[in-house]
Design a protein around this ligand. Structure first.
Ligand code: 5GP
Ligand code: ZN
Length: 138
């Protein structure tokens, strides 16, 4: 099911041009128009769903296969030594396009992209409490 106004659905319908690199019955991959690095690709389900939480369960295998195939090809084509696979879910996480998608970003040593900052828990008890709180939601 496609959405009339969705940018990525327009790409799927061919209404907006895109540089496509991989396609299966369930998945499409194409280059990001404003890449972090040249070769930065997007892998999307063909079904219009907003985010990770709405993805149909049976598409997981296709998506992981696509991420492997596209990630390997992006790495080889760009000479990257590493690849970030990133999914933004929700505006506060940086999601601008409300059609679920994975970013495939080629990386190299010293390329200047900083990892996100990490700060340890106050102590082991605080970490254990957080794990318990999360487990109650599962
Ligand atoms: P988000 O911030 O939602 O995770 O990422 C959306 C991505 O879509 C951005 O990296 C942005 O550059 C990319 N994008 C936005 N408009 C277009 C477009 O028209 N074509 C392509 N190929 N990518 C787009
Ligand atoms: Zn869509």
């Amino acid at each position: 099911m496609l959405d009339k106004d969705c940018l990525f659905c327009k790409i799927l319908r061919g209404e907006i041009p895109s540089a496509q690199i991989y396609e299966t019955p369930a998945v499409l991959a194409f280059l990001d128009i404003a890449p972090i690095r040249p070769g930065h690709a997007l892998v999307i389900p063909k079904a219009h769903v907003a985010s990770l939480w709405e993805l149909p369960a049976d598409i997981g295998g296709d998506l992981v296969t696509a991420l492997q195939v596209v990630g390997r090809a992006v790495r080889e084509a760009t000479g990257a030594t590493g690849v970030n696979v990133v999914m933004n879910n929700g505006a506060s996480a940086g999601q601008l396009v409300l059609h679920a998608h994975f970013h495939v970003i080629p990386r190299a040593e010293g390329d200047g992209l900083e990892p996100w900052p990490g700060a340890p828990y106050a102590d082991m008890a605080a970490m254990t409490r957080m794990a318990e709180t999360i487990r109650t939601r599962i």
